[in-house]
Design a protein around this ligand. Structure first.
Ligand code: CTP
Length: 407
């Protein structure tokens, strides 16, 4: 009962993802939370107040000018009697209203009246999400101290559409609620107020709709770094290629497939204070992936032509605007580890290279241990062989030290 007696005010916006919010109510209640639901007018086009109310165990609130609601509870009490406010799905329109401080219905009025932490789970069409206006609103909400979970990449409700815009899954939202409500220790954490971006996992480069080229990266190291940074108080965006390990708690996870998607997601996540590039990005992609599944027996064996993928680390490190103050790359090497890492540091323009010794004698890709050397302009710091979690904690501590005296 991790949310025992926590009062959650759940605001359901008007999007197709609203059906997932019904499951979210169940998941929150399973953990002992008391859930009060407010639905916008548009939300009621997707799910009914009756179903939301039945799951919550109390009437769902819909109307600012409903005399019964105002008399019973009222928007001020709804706002005040909440330990956390969750907006799921947060539509583009609702985000715009929040960013602008509008208060023209029960949902926006309660949002303006609350002093509780607010978590939003955006959900919209990928083009709407990447639109400059939505990104501006997201940045404003972030600056206003509003936490965000998702959106994830993947298939959209509209047939054939894919991209970043899917609402985070109910359990991801629950994990984000738990992380936000974690009891404060009273001591500021070393990365409080800092924003970090981490890439992790492999990328999948399509050959045709059913086949792809990939590598053996597990994502363990990148995910461990994201988790460790969140534990030290950072607001973390983890941009992950396809992996089978769980999302780390308290981290905004953006799921992508290809190197091109990963670059777009990285750019959308800027500005940040530090960026750690732990993903094993495919160096090449197929120049022209088949639109249809390639069939045997037509013209012999396929001859695949490749083009080079963008180098996400180098592109970010060499940015003129919004360059993170600290850019950290990884290098998997089997020989001349330090020399190769020094060379990579200069070539890619980053501040540190965490050189990862993957020779058979030390760490194997996909394994649990890692032997690393942190190579910077000042010198080399060689760490003993340790677990990926230990490497993550040591690295994140070092990042916290490097960012300590910056605003
Ligand atoms: N990286 C990236 N985008 C790419 C390729 C690599 O962001 N398209 C990042 C990785 O996340 C890692 C670092 O660059 O942080 C090192 O990648 P690596 O593949 O080892 O470097 P290369 O430049 O490809 O060098 P080499 O193939 O000679 O090892």
């Amino acid at each position: 009962m991790t949310l025992s007696s926590t009062r959650v005010l759940l605001i359901i916006g008007g999007g197709i993802a609203a059906y997932k919010s019904l499951d979210l109510i169940r998941r929150l209640k399973e953990r002992g939370a008391r859930v009060r639901v407010v639905m916008t007018r548009a939300a009621q086009e997707f799910v009914t107040p009756l179903s939301a109310g039945a799951l919550a165990g109390e009437r769902a609130h819909t109307d600012l000018f409903d005399s019964k609601t105002e008399f019973d509870i009222g928007h001020i009490r709804l706002a005040r009697e909440a330990d956390i406010v969750v907006v799921a799905p947060a539509t583009a329109d609702l985000m715009a209203k929040m960013a602008g401080g509008h208060a023209d219905d029960l949902a926006t009025t309660a949002l303006l009246a609350t002093t509780a932490p607010v978590l939003i789970a955006p959900a919209m069409n990928a083009k709407m999400w990447s639109h400059v206006a939505t990104q501006r609103n997201a940045a404003q909400l972030h600056a206003d101290g509003i936490a965000m979970v998702g959106p994830n990449a993947g298939e959209m409700a509209e047939a054939g559409e894919a991209g970043v815009g899917r609402m985070a899954e109910p359990l991801e939202i629950v994990a984000a609620v738990e992380a936000l409500l974690e009891p404060r220790t009273g001591q500021p954490k070393p990365l409080s107020g800092k924003r970090l971006l981490v890439t992790s996992g492999p990328t999948h480069e399509p050959i045709d709709p059913v086949r792809y080229i990939a590598n053996r990266s597990s994502g363990k190291q990148g995910h461990a770094i994201a988790k460790a940074a969140a534990e030290l108080g950072a607001a973390v965006t983890l941009i992950s290629g396809p992996v089978t390990i769980a999302d780390p708690p308290g981290v905004r996870v953006v799921k992508v497939q290809s190197a091109k998607d990963m670059l777009a997601a990285v750019e959308a996540a800027l500005p940040v204070d530090a960026a750690v590039f732990a993903a094993a990005v495919a160096d090449w992609r197929v120049a022209e992936p088949g639109r249809q599944k390639m069939k045997k027996g037509f013209g012999g064996t396929p001859q695949l032509a490749f083009v080079e993928n963008p180098d996400i680390l180098a592109t970010t490190a060499k940015r003129e605007s919004k360059r993170p103050r600290l850019v950290v790359g990884f290098a998997a090497e089997t020989e001349n580890v330090i020399d190769n890492a020094r060379d990579k540091l200069a070539r890619k323009g980053c501040d540190w290279i965490v050189a990862n010794d993957v020779s058979a004698a030390t760490g194997i890709m996909g394994g649990d241990a890692n032997t690393v050397h942190v190579v910077t302009a000042e010198g080399v710091d060689s760490w003993p062989s340790q677990s990926k979690e230990e490497v993550a904690h040591a690295l994140v501590r070092r990042i916290a030290d490097a960012l300590k005296d910056t605003p």
